[in-house]
Design a protein around this ligand. Structure first.
Ligand code: SAH
Length: 250
């Protein structure tokens, strides 16, 4: 069972269609698909919602609608309300990162809810009373309140990250061994001589500098091949040029 399937995003009386479309996209980006809307307003702009959902339109169409928050979260164990404000009983808030492992633990075999408030008035106290946890997203004092879809993004992202599904791509190329590196350095050394890049006395010093630069990161076999190819080509061009000069002088 995919943990993320057990996470329900609940929007309470959202005002702007664009925001709800962006919420669908934010959820999809993070593999979360269960969207519930509490008491959708009659004047709600569904066209805007569809536009901003982009490739997450299916998700918008699959939304569930409920008359009250109590109905929307009835089947959920953990109910996490989100709020930018402190005070009332919002004082013991979790950051989204702190909450993620707590939420995921319950999401292993139960539905959980992340609840978001109205763009203008947030969540009412009686709605927060239904919540088992409060999440506050850290933000600057300059402006503590996030756009609704941004708040959804941050919370869904932390759940997704903590679920450990995504593995960043890693270097797969084989690391160059000493023998291969030394073959490459030998060609560079020859190139430095042939191009008269440096005097004989300075050559060893230059080679040490070059070794330091090239071994600062992991040098892979393809890296080494590029460096060797570059040096060989430079040697070839230098020799061509030299031959032409000699021809001219005869
Ligand atoms: N003026 C409202 C702001 C609502 S923003 C208020 O003061 O409550 C819309 C919703 O986005 C909020 O209800 C909340 O669910 C979420 N949100 C915005 N900023 C947030 C923050 N810093 N931390 C947690 N949730 C936030």
């Amino acid at each position: 069972m995919n943990l993320l399937e057990n996470i329900r995003v609940v929007l309470v009386e959202p005002i702007f269609g664009g925001n709800v479309g962006s919420v669908c996209r934010a959820m999809n980006n993070n593999g979360i698909t269960d969207l519930a809307i509490v008491n959708p307003r009659p004047e709600f702009d569904w066209d805007d919602a569809r536009k901003l959902s982009c490739n997450a339109k299916e998700q918008l169409e699959a939304r569930k609608e409920y008359a009250t928050l109590a109905d929307a979260v009835a089947g959920c164990t953990v109910v996490a309300g989100t709020s930018a404000r402190t005070g009332f009983y919002r004082d013991t808030a979790y950051s989204p990162k702190e909450f993620a492992p707590i939420g995921l633990e319950s999401a292993q075999d139960q539905k959980i809810a992340l609840v978001f408030g109205r763009e203008d008035k947030g969540l009412f106290n009686e709605e927060l009373a239904l919540c088992t946890h409060i999440i506050q997203i850290p933000s600057s004092e300059l402006y503590t309140s996030l756009n609704l879809s941004h708040a959804v993004y941050v919370c869904c992202y932390e759940m997704f990250s903590a679920a450990g599904i995504f593995q960043p791509s890693e270097e797969t190329a084989q690391e160059a061994d000493s023998a291969f590196r030394e073959r490459m350095f030998a060609v560079w050394r020859e190139m430095m001589i042939e191009t008269e890049f440096t005097h004989d006395q300075k050559l060893d010093h230059m080679m040490m500098g070059l070794r330091r630069i090239f071994t600062r990161g992991k040098l892979t076999v393809p890296d080494c091949k590029i460096l060797m190819g570059l040096a060989k080509q430079t040697l070839w061009v230098t020799n061509q040029w030299r031959n032409e000069q000699e021809k001219k002088n005869h």
